[in-house]
Design a protein around this ligand. Structure first.
Ligand SMILES: Cc1cc2nc3c(=O)[nH]c(=O)nc-3n(C[C@H](O)[C@H](O)[C@H](O)COP(=O)(O)OP(=O)(O)OC[C@H]3O[C@@H](n4cnc5c(N)ncnc54)[C@H](O)[C@@H]3O)c2cc1C
Length: 641
């Protein structure tokens, strides 16, 4: 909501520990008998979407749940490996709700809202109970308690896991709940649909327009509210750890309908991915952060040392994270670890054929724990690494390098998770999230499930009960207008028949963004990037070749539509990064650093969420600021040394 020209979250005042409880108490309810009168459209079936759709179905709303994949279980959340955080303190190692809150605020470099993060930490306790009750096969200790491990940026063990398949197991749990609601007739699932526009009637979100990806039909769906759970946009960089179907189309089209886009340049580059090997790859593989619990990261001390790793003696190895950050060692947060890896590679000490890799070595862990324990903890990740690289990490260190992984940016939402378009709620990675300028490992699953299972059931009811929402059907002219636009875009893409493939152009955009708005940024590079993105975008619209037709399954057409949005989003990312003249978290502006090389924040000028408003084709977007107030944790220099 806007107040005196500033954006505000609408969170209540008072002590942070009781804000959510008091807020919940003040929200309106929809009585059980009235819930069936409301149609709710949930877009996405990842952890955010499946948890929201099942929770809303269980409450008695009529839910329509759509996804791109052929099964809800294939949403990108299935790929999450390492775990999910919760402040249970099972290890008695000093953890608490407050500490999880504090770690997350600090990890995000003081660019997240205190009240949202506190709520997230509080809800983490409920999530684990809920998921354990669903039967998620979390790892357990000998005595039966759920086991924990550590992730980056923290000094406690609070990450719950199911080997290296935590996302898959959590998604199966949510899917089970979803199917229960499908059986009960509360949720209807429409797979193989891509949302291509939002329909706004009288200023409120009242429906969506989709393309049926199998038949090509343009379909409209009306409802009383729309809940977007469409994931992140790391594939803007072309190569990333995300599934190739991940995209920004749904949130971007909502942006163009009036939803503000927050912190678009806050993108996370994950330090432990299998390095790029050539130009024919379409994605990169993550090696879970959990590996940094026991793996040690190093490079040779001497630049250009090409000896095989096992021939490099201990005295000639530089365990650079342990050296630079003794307090956290290999478990520094992702942004810190990624920049350190880039720095040693830039010094010529990178390893492997390209020199763009560092070692992640389990030799000492195997000696200390034995191979069986290491296999028990990480076996499936080791197996995956071996299948991809043909090297055995039990024998030789893994080679890893940073890669685009997660987007903290997304649609701006208030404390109720509602965007600036009334009736449009945004959950999970698709919103600008609670992670500030850098997400801590194992916190995305926590956030998606908090949003879906525990927040939206309250806040959506409040919206539905508090507004008179007339009957709107797909016959409304706003649907006709949106359908026409979607059809015209499809026809335009198919009519160009140029010489360049979608993949080639996406590769070019991705490389440009990786270089200029990736791990490090500077003003000149960003200004040039804005020009280059525009040139590439023009080339796309004049010279792309989208073969086939719009009347059936056409993967090129799907990808072209997503790339068209990525050109526009890429430009906004550069603009956002240029506007923020400070370094914070993953946003590392080369001009703003401490003498030690750490990011230098400017709290006086930039302690705000940057929320961008679309103002029309070719016009400059308008920047709105949501000031961030720190009443509980005073912003300090974020040090892990
Ligand atoms: C390899 C990898 C490992 C990870 N490991 C962890 C981990 O261990 N712990 C952790 O906390 N986080 C992890 N993350 C991050 C985490 O997995 C994601 O942030 C989270 O799963 C996102 O969930 P989501 O529900 O918001 O979106 P997603 O799971 O991405 O789901 C998006 C859904 O939206 C649908 N969709 C998208 N666009 C459209 C459209 N236009 N129309 C219709 N449907 C659409 C998709 O079909 C899909 O169903 C990992 C990420 C990666 C890439």
């Amino acid at each position: 909501m806007m107040r005196n020209g500033e954006l505000h979250s609408g969170a209540p005042g008072g002590p942070i520990e009781t804000k959510w409880e008091r807020h919940k108490g003040s929200l309106r309810l929809v009585s059980p008998a009235n819930r069936r009168k409301f149609d709710v459209i949930v877009v996405g079936t990842g952890l955010a979407g499946a948890s929201a759709a099942s929770a809303l179905g269980e409450l008695g709303y009529n839910v329509l749940n759509l996804c791109i994949q052929d099964s809800p279980r294939r949403a990108h959340s299935v790929a999450a490996q390492g775990g999910i955080n919760a402040a249970k303190n099972y290890r008695n190692d000093g953890d608490s709700v407050f500490r999880l809150f504090y770690d997350t605020i600090k990890g995000g470099d003081f660019r997240a809202r205190e009240e949202n993060v506190y709520r997230l930490a509080e809800l983490s306790l409920k999530i684990i109970d809920h998921c354990a009750a669903q039967g998620i096969p979390f790892a357990r200790e000998y005595g039966g308690h759920l086991a924990n491990r550590s992730f980056g940026g923290v000094q406690v063990s609070r990450t719950f896991y199911a080997r290296g398949q935590t996302g898959q197991q959590l998604l199966l749990g949510a899917y089970g709940s979803l199917m229960r609601q499908v059986d009960a007739g509360q949720v209807r699932i429409l797979p193989r649909r891509e949302m291509l526009d939002l329909v706004v009637v009288d200023g409120r979100a009242r429906g969506i327009v989709c393309r049926n990806l199998v038949t090509g039909a343009i379909e409209s769906y009306a409802g009383h509210a729309v809940v977007l759970c469409t994931g992140g946009y790391s594939t803007v960089y072309f190569l990333s750890t995300n599934a190739v179907n991940s995209n920004a189309t749904a949130i971007w089209r909502c942006y163009k309908r009036g939803a503000f886009f927050a912190n678009p340049s806050f993108t996370q580059i994950h330090p432990t991915c299998i390095p790029v090997v050539g130009s024919q790859q379409s994605k990169l593989t993550l090696m879970s952060e959990s590996l940094r619990n026991d793996g040690r990261v190093w490079v040779p001390k001497q630049p250009g040392d090409r000896r095989p790793p096992n021939e490099i003696p201990e005295s000639e190895r530089d365990y650079f994270l342990e050296r630079m950050y003794p307090a956290f060692g290999n478990l520094v947060p992702r942004d810190v670890a990624s920049r350190a890896a880039k720095a040693v590679c830039d010094e010529g000490r990178g390893v492997g054929p390209t020199g763009l890799a560092v070692y992640l070595d389990f030799r000492d862990a195997i000696e200390r724990l034995g191979v069986d324990v290491v296999r028990e903890r990480y076996g499936n990740l080791f197996q995956m690494y071996k299948e991809i690289t043909n090297e055995d990490p039990y024998q030789v260190p893994m080679r890893i390098y940073p890669a685009p992984h997660y987007t903290m940016g997304g649609l701006w939402v208030d404390y109720n998770l509602m965007s600036t378009i009334p009736g449009l709620f945004v959950l999970g990675e698709a919103n600008f999230s609670d992670h500030g300028a850098n997400r801590l490992g194992a916190s995305a699953l926590m956030q998606g499930l908090a949003d879906g299972y525990f927040i939206i059931p309250y806040t959506l009811a409040h919206y539905l009960a508090g507004n008179t929402l007339g009957n709107v059907t797909t016959e409304h002219p706003a649907f006709r207008e949106a359908e026409l636009q979607v059809r015209q875009q499809v026809e335009r893409l198919l009519s160009i028949r140029g010489k360049k493939t979608v993949r080639e152009l996406h590769w070019q955009l991705g490389r440009l963004l990786w270089d200029r708005v990736g791990m490090t940024r500077n003003a000149q590079g960003l200004r040039e990037a804005i020009e280059k993105v525009r040139e590439l975008r023009q080339e796309f619209w004049e010279n792309v070749n989208v073969p086939g037709s719009g009347d059936d399954l056409n993967k090129c057409l799907e990808m072209a539509g997503r790339l068209a949005d990525y050109f526009e989003l890429g430009e906004l990312m550069c603009r956002d990064a240029l506007e923020r003249e400070e370094s914070c978290g993953c946003h590392f502006r080369e001009e703003y650093r401490t003498p030690e090389g750490d990011p230098k924040r400017d709290d006086e000028r930039y302690a705000y969420v940057a929320a961008w408003e679309y103002t029309g084709e070719g016009a400059e977007p308008r920047l709105h600021r949501e000031p961030l107030r720190f009443e509980v944790v005073q912003p300090s220099a974020r040090s892990y040394r």
